[in-house]
Design a protein around this ligand. Structure first.
Ligand code: BGC
Length: 739
């Protein structure tokens, strides 16, 4: 470039960024509320694109390291830096391989897993979660946080269910929106994943999913749609699997549904190694390619980034005229838009990390998400003022659950174990701990069994349990491969590592036993009738032990509700009912034969009793739901149905209840689930008090996806409204008409 031209460029850039600085305030406000395309910014993007060389544009569309893409140094355009997600900001990874970079300033607050967040049924907490994790991402100088995930819980074997928000599209939709708003308020992009149908880890790189349009639109897409349309998410991650013979990272689903129908104006980022073809990547909606190995999914050779599908091969195709330059311009436009919202938003702050507020948020969400499943003889709460001996048995009482699990693994600054939490809260008690069983270390892609002597561990635990007043068993799964971990599914529905046998023997020596399950998935419970109590404890992050002690001691009254069903037997789950072709498939493809009947929709419709139902969870108090009514009996398609009820707390302590409204259409011309969640509200009710709850449902949300017209259809006629506090505990059924 000659001197005159470079002077011109300088003047243009000064003008450009000058306007930008003046406008940032207004712009910052706009970007957090709605994704209004800001015309000023679009003009700036036009100008920048006109200054970029073809090589620079292509370089922005693919990785330059494991977690970053190149900037354009000569124009002062920054690099884009990303991090996993979704429960905390991951430790720094090496430039060019999966090893940790061993920084000493990258430890963070670990927030509870998203299953726990979903179990709170409390969108306000989701907002707090998003704000806090966004602040941590910002402090760590990240522009994109790789989360949240909203793949639907289809089978309890899926190794990544803990990273998602359960089996119900309505619940996941309501919970994902505030998370995104919270993160993005910080000028950090959330990256919604994994779009779409990545509902198992087995064969995830290639499994070809066959599913009806109806199930796709009614079950698997709604949470993604809500995140885009109402959440205004700035980036979306493609998935590994195929759908109808095409990899989802470069698929018609992106241009048609995501970008056109839903108006997504952000960046589609590949999953790490999910890109397979230059032309498809160019033409079918992928904007940024990440993590492609030159010789496989997780292995790279140094500086291979130029060989990426969206690198030199893309450049060559554009140069040869096989792909139009406007295609790369469109990708760069989206990338720059994301940058104006994040690292080129001069108004963004600096973030915060590991502060008390974040720990409080983590603890509040953890405690509110814990679900009390069984509580015979008021086993819980256990009075902390009493002098007694508590036997704390089980590896999960001390195991670090932020380690392992795959890409969501965290380097938590602190992780309070359940044992520590109890020791701190139960100062008057004697707490004795025994491992009882042991698994090996959390290694990705491999099972390394424990070297400890299983028999000796069991005997020690039995001795400890014998002499205790109370036994608390901390078991469940962990973040090892083939447990709750990316890259593989569970192979068994039961408890692993000999826990079932151990539990049987513990029950023999001490009947006063309660179980705390630490897991992100349902497990079989053949021992259920023999224990007094069961609590679902999830993966709770930095404050795990404190939050568990809060609920166990009664400092917090439990109010979590299950975001997915626990089947008695694996084959009671709809994905498994139809045999291997449905799950896990034949290695090449699988058919979602249960169609729209996922989770409780299946249990209810087929009248297969679950062990614990979707939406279920006990409290230390009792509630009555009555005076249920709707504001009208007959509605038109544009109406809002207002469902009202009274929630009375008839116990002796304050508690929170989740009122759930399900809708069914028993006489329908199409297949229907017996009922589907259409509204919920969590409410705090003082003892001996009554609160009135009103829940609004838009009539148009009762439509079904009509495959014959490829659009939604609203059936007229009678619908049933079910109001209760669990999908299987309905206090009142009402009928309404749609005319
Ligand atoms: C996972 C993504 C993750 C990415 C980067 C992939 O293996 O599927 O969820 O964000 O790795 O770590």
């Amino acid at each position: 470039m000659n001197r005159k031209n470079s002077l011109k460029l300088g003047v243009l850039l000064v003008a450009l960024f000058g306007v930008l600085i003046l406008n940032t305030n207004i712009y910052a406000q706009e970007i957090v509320s709605k994704n209004i395309i800001n015309q000023d910014v679009e003009l700036k993007i036009d100008s920048i694109i006109s200054l970029l060389t073809l090589e620079e544009k292509v370089a922005m569309c693919h990785a330059q390291s494991k977690f970053s893409t190149a900037g354009v140094g000569r124009l002062g355009i920054p690099e884009v830096w990303m991090s996993d997600g979704p429960h905390g900001v991951r430790g720094e990874i090496n430039w060019d391989n999966w090893g940790y970079a061993k920084w000493t300033n990258d430890s963070i607050t670990a927030f509870p897993a998203l299953t726990c967040l979903a179990a709170t049924f409390n969108p306000k907490l989701s907002k707090k979660y998003g704000v806090s994790i966004g602040e941590e991402a910002l402090y760590r100088e990240k522009d994109v946080l790789l989360g949240p995930g909203v793949n639907i819980y289809r089978t309890p074997l899926n190794g990544r269910n803990f990273e998602y928000m359960g089996e119900d599209p309505f619940l996941a939709s309501k919970m994902v929106i505030p998370y995104i708003h919270g993160v993005q308020e910080n000028g950090v992009a959330a990256c919604l994943k994994h779009y779409v149908l990545n509902n198992q880890e087995q064969w995830r790189d290639h499994i070809n999913v066959k599913v009806s349009d109806r199930a796709l639109y009614e079950i698997y897409l709604p949470a993604f749609k809500a995140a885009v349309v109402e959440g205004g998410v700035w980036s979306v991650m493609g998935a590994y699997n195929q759908f109808r013979g095409q990899h989802t990272t470069h698929h018609k689903l992106l241009n048609k549904i995501l970008k056109t129908d839903w108006g997504f104006d952000g960046v589609v980022i590949s999953d790490w190694g999910s890109t397979h073809d230059t032309k498809e990547a160019a033409l079918y909606g992928l904007d940024m390619e990440m993590g492609t190995g030159t010789d496989g999914l997780t292995s790279t050779s140094l500086n291979a980034y130029d060989n990426y599908y969206l690198a030199d091969p893309f450049l060559q195709m554009i140069k040869k005229g096989e792909i139009e330059e406007s295609i790369v311009d469109e990708k760069v436009r989206r990338i720059l838009r994301l940058m104006f919202r994040t690292n080129m938003n001069k108004n963004r702050g600096f973030g915060k990390i590991n502060n008390d507020e974040h720990l409080e948020v983590a603890r509040e969400i953890a405690a509110e998400g814990i679900v009390l499943l069984k509580n015979e003889n008021s086993f819980f709460p256990i009075d902390p003022s009493k002098k007694m001996t508590i036997a704390v048995i089980g590896e999960n009482a001390t195991r670090k659950m932020t380690l392992g699990g795959g890409s969501s693994e965290l380097k938590a600054k602190n992780e309070i174990s359940p044992l520590k939490g109890l020791q701190d809260r139960y100062k008057n008690a004697t707490i004795v701990h025994a491992l009882g069983y042991a698994s090996g270390p959390p290694v990705y892609g491999r099972v390394i069994p424990s070297e400890l002597d299983a028999e000796a561990l069991k005997n020690e635990a039995i001795e400890v349990a014998k002499n205790a007043d109370v036994v608390l068993f901390f078991g469940g799964l962990n973040k090892n491969y083939q447990q709750d971990c990316e890259g593989g599914d569970r192979i068994d529905y039961g408890l692993p590592f000999g826990q079932e046998e151990l539990l049987d023997e513990l029950i023999e020596v001490n009947k006063n036993i309660g179980v705390v399950l630490v897991s992100g998935n349902a497990v079989a419970m053949p021992w259920l009738s023999k224990v007094n109590a069961v609590m679902q404890g999830w993966y709770l992050g930095s404050e795990a032990g404190n939050a568990l002690a809060d609920v166990i001691s009664g400092d917090v009254n439990p109010s979590g509700k299950l975001p997915f069903s626990f089947p008695v037997h694996l084959t009671d789950n709809s994905a498994h009912h139809f045999g291997e072709i449905s799950y896990p498939g034949n290695g090449e493809y699988q058919e979602y034969k249960e169609d729209i009947l996922v989770g409780y929709r299946w249990h209810d419709t087929q009248k297969i009793k679950p062990l614990f139902a979707f939406g279920y969870g006990l409290s230390y108090t009792n509630f009555n739901i009555d005076n249920v009514s709707t504001d009208k009996k007959t509605y038109t398609s544009s109406d809002i149905i207002k469902v009202t009820c009274d929630v009375s707390n008839i116990g002796v302590i304050t508690g929170s209840e989740v009122v759930q409204v399900y809708v069914g259409k028993s006489k329908s011309k199409v297949k229907r689930a017996a009922k589907e969640l259409k509204g919920f509200e969590k409410i705090v009710v003082k003892n001996n008090s009554t609160e009135t709850v009103e829940i609004s449902i838009a009539v148009e949300d009762l439509a079904y996806y009509n495959e014959t017209i490829s659009d939604w259809s609203l059936e007229k006629g009678t619908y049933e409204i079910y109001v209760g506090n669990a999908s299987n505990n309905i206090s009142k059924k009402l009928k309404i008409r749609i005319k």
